[in-house]
Design a protein around this ligand. Sequence first.
Ligand code: C5P
Length: 218
Amino acid sequence: IAHRPLFGKRVLVTAGPTHEAIDPVRYIANRSSGRQGFAIAAAAAEMGAEVTLVAGPVHLVTPPGVIRIDVETALEMHAEVEKALPSDVAIMVAAVADWRASDTPDQKIKKDGKGIPPLTLTENPDILASLAKHKNRPGLLIGFAAETEKIVEHAQAKLAKKGCDWIVANDVSGDVMGGANNAFHIVTKEGVESWPDSPKDVIARKLMERVADALAQG
Ligand code: C5P
């Protein structure tokens, strides 16, 4: 018999990068394969949850049973996340671009010999922080943090700043981006739980087991 501790629960996951157009052929993006977010969505669905996965541009197959919504930009991701509410749990794994170009011309910017074009940026919404203040705030709101040093300290600061319940912090000082492995710390107001380097699907299942335990405890 399948182990389905998340049966009947709605889980929202963001994954991948966002692409912010500079012109029709160029964009700004963060480095993200989407693999950790997709693994989390897959694990949640296997455990019986009703999963909505809002994905930036990635080259990954949709996990079985997951409702996937593809987006390009942070603004689109924000809108789709809000449409997916209410949700029992939201896990924001996406590497959202912090800024977008202020103007996006309809035509490709040409190298016309008149010098380098200026690029003016506008701040994107912080989707995680905005969910924390939303009237339909998910009961359990989880953010991610990629850190290269003082991992737990930075995660604790982020927890407070973003208003979320947990921060899953990973050490990206090694070769994590796009790789198969990740070392993790779950940082909550109560404390820190650390796990050794494990494959992203193993980490995803462990995280979702913790989520199921937290929901069961109310
Ligand atoms: O501030 P920082 O980007 O390090 O925070 C990372 C966390 O915030 C991740 O959970 C990420 O998905 C989320 N985030 C977001 N919207 C942004 C920036 C980050 O949801 N614009």
